[in-house]
Write a protein that binds this ligand. Structure first.
Ligand code: SF4
Length: 307
């Protein structure tokens, strides 16, 4: 049996958890390639216009995988860190099944629909049983995978803190974007590359410790419902004073981001903020020009801090 993992959405959050789990269970898997032009074209053709770009990209990756594996892996996640997910994550498996109806694809998923410390294990347990695995196998695989994921996140968070705290003549720019946007070659990479080419040091908000950030997000909003937006908002609350500017990268048309980004711009008054919105259109010329102007502002502020 071979499982196909789309390199999209939750993959960028749980890569270590998933791949370690399948490795420990002895299940073969294939991961779709980095997002490329062909995948983007498929994504645009398969999705309706109202779908957000990361969900469109997911469809493009599934299209790439569909003839290469026995099962396509699409977990359904409703809660993380006791907070709610954007509704797109809850509907993902239904959306995918409907889009590919008539193609006789088989799907594998775990359904995380409860809060609580054991909820994720119970979801994996059900999937393990569905796969016909012994309890000793899926239980060991899950806890090993969970540990791998936790270490990976800790390492990444420490790395970002070092980048933030090390003195540098470069402009430090806090890049605020969901994991599946900043990690995607088509969406996030051009922004990071351009910032580096312009002599900046990008600091990735998403890579800071999620629990600390979610706690800190209460300083800016006590009512924000979405877990991943809480994570990003908390990173801004904790670290905006230590950077020279903030770049908010969002994708069209994202409901949660459209509200949260507006709130960030209203509440954070002491740093220059640039908001960039990506869609399936190609071409980075406009993007580079906007980032160049933004970096000019950062340089100007450094040279004349009281201007
Ligand atoms: S948060 Fe926005 S980009 Fe992410 S899945 Fe929901 S609508 Fe799409």
């Amino acid at each position: 049996m071979k499982v196909g993992i789309p390199r999209a959405l939750l993959y960028y959050k749980y890569e270590k958890l998933w791949t370690t789990f399948f490795d420990e269970c002895g299940i073969e898997y294939i991961i779709s390639p980095e997002t490329n032009k062909a995948i983007i074209n498929d994504a645009a053709n398969l999705a309706i216009d109202e779908t957000c770009l990361p969900t469109k990209i997911l469809l493009g990756h599934i299209n790439w995988l569909k003839n290469q594996c026995d099962y396509i892996f699409i977990p359904r996640v409703e809660f993380v860190y006791r907070a709610q997910m954007c509704t797109k994550f809850m509907a993902q498996i239904d959306l995918v099944m409907n889009t590919f109806r008539g193609e006789h694809l088989k799907f594998l998923f775990y359904n995380l629909y409860k809060k609580g410390p054991k909820a994720e294990y119970k979801a994996f347990k059900k999937m393990g049983k569905y796969l016909g695995l012994k309890k000793s196998v899926y239980k060991y695989a899950y806890y090993t995978a969970k540990q791998a994921q936790v270490y990976y996140e800790m390492f990444r968070a420490q790395n970002q803190l070092q980048l933030l705290q090390q003195p540098t003549p470069q402009n430090k720019v806090l890049v605020v974007a969901h994991a599946y946007n900043i990690g995607d070659k088509f969406v996030g990479e051009p922004i990071l590359r351009t910032l580096k080419n312009l002599g900046c040091r990008p600091i990735i908000a998403e890579y800071f410790d999620a629990r600390e950030c979610i706690q800190a997000s209460k300083q800016l909003s006590r009512t924000l419902p979405w877990a991943y937006n809480q994570h990003l908002l908390g990173a801004i609350a904790l670290y905006h004073e230590q950077v020279d500017g903030i770049v908010i990268l969002t994708t069209f048309p994202c409901g949660p981001d459209s509200m949260v980004n507006e709130m960030i711009v209203r509440k954070i008054k002491d740093k220059p903020i640039l908001t960039l919105t990506m869609d399936t259109q190609d071409g980075s010329a406009g993007l580079e020009t906007r980032l160049e102007s933004f970096v000019d502002i950062l340089n100007f502020q450094k040279e004349r801090p009281h201007a």
